[in-house]
Every structure is written in structure tokens, then in C-alpha cells.
Write a protein that binds this ligand. Structure first.
Ligand code: OGA
Ligand code: NI
Length: 336
């Protein structure tokens, strides 16, 4: 499977990228007053910040954060090496991703399941683990120049920011502050998505509707539009704000919170003019980790909606098809 960026500028959209009409982007209806909340992390009142984050997590499953403490220079440098990586030739990119004999650094196009896909997506992706840094950095790309140094520093900062947001969420939910400081957040990953300009943006997508299969995601989406959140049957565009991060609640956190927080569905649309590169920091549990509603959130008036399962089984069930019955059987408590 050839990377999209190797051939995408030939000017036409192959049939295998044309989605069925119901899955196409369609016209975007922007509901009035329904933009994603923007939360100032330097707000003076910590309790107020917690309330804002909790409200956004319940209503939207998404929010943007400003004054988050990650330097603008580091964000800009990270975006620069991310763009430079995807601008390299296909062969160079592949070579840079072969440094780990166990294949921890992954480069692919569309999705992991490319060979089995009914339709392909207009996207290339690079992903690799990032913590602990000294166990992974030697397998990361060495080119473009500065990749390891910049993305290394970025991973450290984004880890701190993730912990801070998880702590605020814990306080808001009524969980102990270190609830996630264990195997629940043991395997964070960096993902660099690249969506080249697309000849037919109305017929295809960069990413189809999905929930992130993790705890939380912190996204650096740069300056180009593309991300949309599904809320109350409508798609809401997430407006790029300079040097803000987009935070979203993952499917696993929805389950742990017993449905209090929403692992919101989202997608990425393409455009015909600008290439779009994004950098995601995904907080993932270890494969062996047991996921289920937090005990502190379950009682007689809030019975558990979900039952415990091993994270690795969730991955296998989602791999088959994210909307499938196998996944529902695995996570939902039967009500019979
Ligand atoms: C993802 C994702 C959004 C984006 O990688 O899961 O939703 O804007 N990315 O790239
Ligand atoms: Ni996502």
C-alpha cells in the first residue's frame, strides 16, 4: 500500500476513496452558539476551571485549552518537524520507521486495516510510543533533523499536561487525584496525521466518524480547518485557535466515568487547497489493563452501565469494526 503523499497530486480521486453518499461530509450546519468550549487553564479559580472542564466533557466530550503552559515555540517546532517528516520521500519515511525490529514505529496510509477496508481515507499517519522516553526515542525517525529532540521535549510536556487535565477531571468526577497514575495511562503515543490537499473533498474523508479508543487525546491541529465533532445529530467544526490544544475524552474514559463523560464521535474532512498536518498525544492504558466503571462512581442510583474488560480485548473487538456487536457485547453490562 503506497503512501497517499506519493501519488496524491496526480489530480483525481480514485474510486476506492469515494465514500457511499451517507458517509460523505455533506453540508456543514453550524448550530448557533454550539462551538466547542474554550477553557483558560490559567483561570484564577481552580474550582471554576474544574467545573468548566467537567461540563465540556459531559456535553461535548471536547474542549480547547489556552494558557496551557506549553511554549508556543515548542508547538511551532513540533509542527515544523511533523510537516517536514511527511514532506520527505516515501522511501525516506519508510527507512526512518524501520529502526525498531519490533515495529513500534508505524507508518501507514488510510488506517491500520488498509487491506481489509471497503473504502480508503485521505490520510497518511506516523505513530510511535513515547514513554518512558529513553526506551523509545532510539527507534524514532532521525530525520528530519531535530525530530527526536523536538518531539522528545514535546512528549514530556504533553505528558505533564495530560496528567494535569486528568487530575482536574478526577477532582470534578470525585475520583482520587491519582486515579489514572498507573497502568491506565502507561502507554501514551504520538500520532502525526497528514491530510494532503484532496481533489474531491465532498466525496471522501480524512478520518471517518470514530471515538478515540483511549483515555484522553490532546491534539495540536495547527491552523487548517478539518476536525468536526458530532453532537446531537450535527457536525460542529472545531475552529483552529492559534497555539490552543484540542482535548477530547476517549471511549475508555467514557466507560470509566460510567457514562458521565462523553467519548465524543468526531471525523476529519479534507480540503482542496491546503495540506493539513496534526500532532496527537494519545493517553493509552497497557494492554493487560482492566477497564470498567470506577467503583467510586457506581452505586444504587448509578448502576454500572459497563462491565470490566481487558484493554487488549477492546482493541481486538474494535479492530473488527468499531461499531460492531462484538465491541458492544464486550463493554455493556447485559440488562436482561
Ligand atoms: C485521530 C483524530 C484529528 C485530526 O487521530 O484520532 O481524530 O484533526 N485526529 O487529525
Ligand atoms: Ni480521533
Amino acid at each position: 500500500m503506497e503512501l497517499l503523499s506519493n501519488w496524491c497530486s496526480n489530480g483525481s480521486l480514485p474510486e476506492s476513496y469515494v465514500l457511499p453518499p451517507e458517509a460523505r461530509p455533506g453540508n456543514l450546519i453550524v448550530p448557533r452558539g454550539k462551538s466547542i468550549p474554550v477553557i483558560d487553564l490559567q483561570g484564577n479559580d481552580r474550582n471554576e476551571t474544574i467545573l468548566q472542564i467537567l461540563k465540556a466533557g459531559k456535553e461535548f466530550g471536547f474542549f480547547q485549552i489556552i494558557n496551557h503552559g506549553v511554549s508556543k515555540d515548542l508547538m511551532d517546532e513540533t509542527m515544523k518537524v511533523a510537516e517536514e517528516f511527511h514532506a520527505m520521500s516515501g522511501l525516506d519515511k519508510e527507512r526512518e520507521c524501520l529502526k525498531d525490529p519490533n515495529g513500534s514505529c508505524k507508518l501507514y496510509t488510510s488506517s491500520y486495516t488498509y487491506p481489509r477496508e471497503e473504502f480508503h481515507l485521505w490520510r497518511d499517519a506516523l505513530t510511535h510510543p513515547c514513554r518512558p522516553l529513553d526506551q523509545h526515542i532510539q527507534f524514532w525517525p532521525e530525520n528530519p533533523t531535530g525530530y527526536r529532540e523536538v518531539v522528545g521535549e514535546y512528549s514530556v510536556e504533553l505528558w505533564k499536561l495530560s496528567c494535569r487535565i486528568l487530575e482536574l477531571l478526577c477532582e470534578g468526577l470525585g475520583l482520587s487525584i491519582n486515579y489514572f497514575s498507573n497502568e491506565l495511562s502507561e502507554a501514551p503515543k504520538i500520532m502525526i496525521n497528514h491530510y494532503p490537499p484532496c481533489p474531491e473533498p465532498s466525496l471522501t474523508l480524512g478520518l471517518r466518524k470514530h471515538r478515540d479508543p483511549n483515555i484522553i487525546t490532546i491534539l495540536h491541529q495547527g491552523q487548517i480547518n478539518g476536525l468536526q465533532v458530532f453532537k446531537d445529530g450535527l457536525w460542529i467544526a472545531v475552529q483552529p485557535l492559534p497555539h490552543a490544544f484540542v482535548v477530547n475524552i476517549g471511549y475508555l474514559l467514557q466507560i470509566i466515568s460510567n457514562g458521565k463523560l462523553k467519548g465524543a464521535e468526531h471525523r476529519v474532512v479534507t480540503n482542496s487547497r491546503d495540506a493539513r498536518t496534526t500532532v496527537s498525544f494519545f493517553v493509552y492504558p497497557s494492554d493487560e489493563c482492566l477497564i470498567g466503571p470506577a467503583k467510586a462512581l457506581v452505586n444504587a442510583s448509578n448502576p454500572a452501565i459497563y462491565k470490566p474488560f481487558k484493554y487488549a480485548d477492546f482493541v481486538i473487538a474494535s479492530y473488527v469494526n468499531p461499531d460492531n456487536e462484538a465491541l458492544e457485547d464486550l463493554i455493556y453490562k447485559s440488562t436482561a
